[in-house]
Ligand binder design. Sequence first.
Ligand code: AMP
Length: 210
Amino acid sequence: MKQVILLGAPGSGKGTQAKLMVSELNFNHLSTGDLLRAEVAKKSDLGNRISDLINSGALVDDDTVLELLRVNIDLANGQYIFDGFPRNIEQAKALDKEVLGSAESKALYFDLDLSIIKERIINRRSCRDCGNIYNLLISAPGKDGVCDSCGGEVYQRRDDNAEVVENRLNVFKSTIDPVLEYYRGKGILTSLDASLSPDDVSTQIHDILG
Ligand code: AMP
């Protein structure tokens, strides 16, 4: 049983592939972005404290995110996909030390030219209910604003706009290298070509995970 860590810029397709891995490979999906957005939607104390940070594209502090991860994971439940975590080297080390322990894991890097990411993110829409992800240019929902899968509301995340994307990409660029180095050093990192279609990226993942 392997725990799988998805690494890659915002908009590189991690969420789309995580959904496929849940349905095809029986993984549990843990997205720290989804967990944090749920706190904001609930207007919990935590949600109110972090909503400005999220909307500006900055990272939430490590302790808060790690705690949220801890209360939402039970490794005895099977295989997990870590989507959006770790975001920096401190989180990568904490994930090993405090969550994964000796569990076998694999890291997949969604390699993608950052120049095409902005367009992907600005055209991204998400279902509020089931989290399905759409792209208005290549995979728009059949009915405007309505999720094909569950009929929920399809909306644009507040941080999926041109100004905030710039900031999110800068955060990504300044934090990713030590994380990749860390997993490369452990011998568990594989890169995949995230510029391909969702089906082709999925095939790569099936091949990598065997
Ligand atoms: P995502 O859905 O992964 O694009 O995350 C959306 C936003 O949630 C990020 O821009 C951060 O503000 C916050 N966030 C998600 N995951 C993390 C994390 N591991 N550490 C810190 N902040 C995070």
